[in-house]
Design a protein around this ligand. Structure first.
Ligand code: SF4
Ligand code: SF4
Ligand code: SF4
Length: 331
């Protein structure tokens, strides 16, 4: 095959692929259902990775508040057995974990090159949660007032659709338990019901995990982004606007984006970081949620069934009339 023919074929294939991709994007956009807004009294958390010192007090407090037990991965089983909690990721018994990003010499905190940074992993309490959308028995629910996403073990049938549907790989199934259940952070709703704040925010010594109304937390995050690096700043602790002692520190070099404002339709847990968010394991997501696509397609199909049904009904009437005509002729 000569070069010009090969180039022609390559260009044609490229044009076809681009056309298909753009048609797929357009078709997907045409199916999207309306995005979800923040509920009226949405509560959430601002996790500022630059304030986190990796002490894991939040992991211990989460265990105490939720009755889970310390975990050790098999490779560390001989290392101070039963003393150190060395959970590496979420599991059926771990609802909150601190993970570490490391690069090169690991000397510089919150820097991408030769640096390290912490990230706290738990449910992000999505504004439009796919775990709720895929659950066939409404065991996953989003509170219409506070937006907290909870799991009801009594309603759950163990299908694990939520495990596969969550874009952040949060819900975990207790495979080691014959009566296994789904486990995920419920935002300490049992403590919030008593007027308390989530245990991880209450215990955090630096204010890296800060609890509050989502709109106020977002304004706080934007204030930090607007301040000059090196400037002294008063960082609140515990509850934003509460009376826990705050602490002064300097503003770091932040990534210029609050993660969770738009990702996957938005989340009620928001993140600030010194290293790119994806380096912390926070995935790059489209602005729409998975639920907007799947429910949009479903609704369109159901709506689309009306026309074929009307046509089918018309055909049945027409066929019956024609048959009656033949019968009349025979008589
Ligand atoms: S992070 Fe996952 S489990 Fe949590 S609300 Fe979003 S979809 Fe559901
Ligand atoms: S909100 Fe409660 S359940 Fe969720 S991570 Fe914090 S302490 Fe754990
Ligand atoms: S308690 Fe606060 S500072 Fe300590 S690991 Fe948890 S989020 Fe980080």
């Amino acid at each position: 095959m000569d070069k010009s023919r090969r180039r022609f074929l390559a260009q044609s294939a490229g044009a076809i692929c681009a056309g298909v991709a753009s048609a797929t994007g357009t078709a997907q956009a045409a199916f999207l259902r309306e995005p979800r807004e923040l509920p009226p009294n949405a509560v959430g958390m601002l996790y500022d990775s630059t304030l986190c010192i990796g002490c894991r007090a939040c992991v211990a407090a989460c265990r105490e508040a939720n009755g889970t037990t310390p975990e050790q991965p098999e490779k560390l089983a001989d290392w101070n057995p039963g003393i150190w909690d060395t959970a590496e990721d979420l599991s059926g018994n771990t609802l909150n974990v601190i993970r570490v990003y490391m690069d090169g010499t690991k000397e510089n905190k919150d820097q991408e090159a030769n640096g390290y940074a912490f990230v706290k992993r738990h449910c992000l309490h999505c504004m439009d949660p796919s775990c709720v959308s895929v659950c066939p028995v409404s065991a996953m629910r989003k509170d219409p007032d506070t937006g907290i996403v909870t799991h009801d073990p009594d309603a759950c049938i163990g299908c694990r659709y939520c495990v596969y549907g969550c874009p952040f790989s949060v819900p975990q199934y207790q495979f080691d338990n014959p009566f296994g259940q789904i486990a995920k952070c419920q935002f300490c709703n049992h403590l919030q019901a008593k007027g308390e704040i989530p245990a991880c925010c209450d215990v955090c010594p630096t204010g890296a995990s800060l609890f509050g109304r989502v709109d106020a937390l977002q304004a706080e995050a934007e204030r930090r982004l607007a301040a000059k690096p090196g400037e002294t700043y008063v960082f609140p602790r515990g509850l934003l606007g509460g009376d826990a002692p705050s602490h002064e520190a300097t503003i770091p070099e932040y990534q210029p984006h609050v993660y969770g404002v738009t990702e996957g339709g938005g989340t009620q847990i928001r993140y600030l970081s010194g290293v790119p968010h994806e380096k912390l394991g926070l995935p790059k997501l489209e602005q729409h949620s998975f639920a907007q696509v799947s429910e949009g397609i479903q609704h369109t199909l159901y709506k689309g069934m009306i026309a074929p049904l009307a046509l089918l009904g018309g055909l049945v009437v027409f066929a019956r009339r024609s048959t009656r005509g033949h019968k009349d002729d025979e008589e």
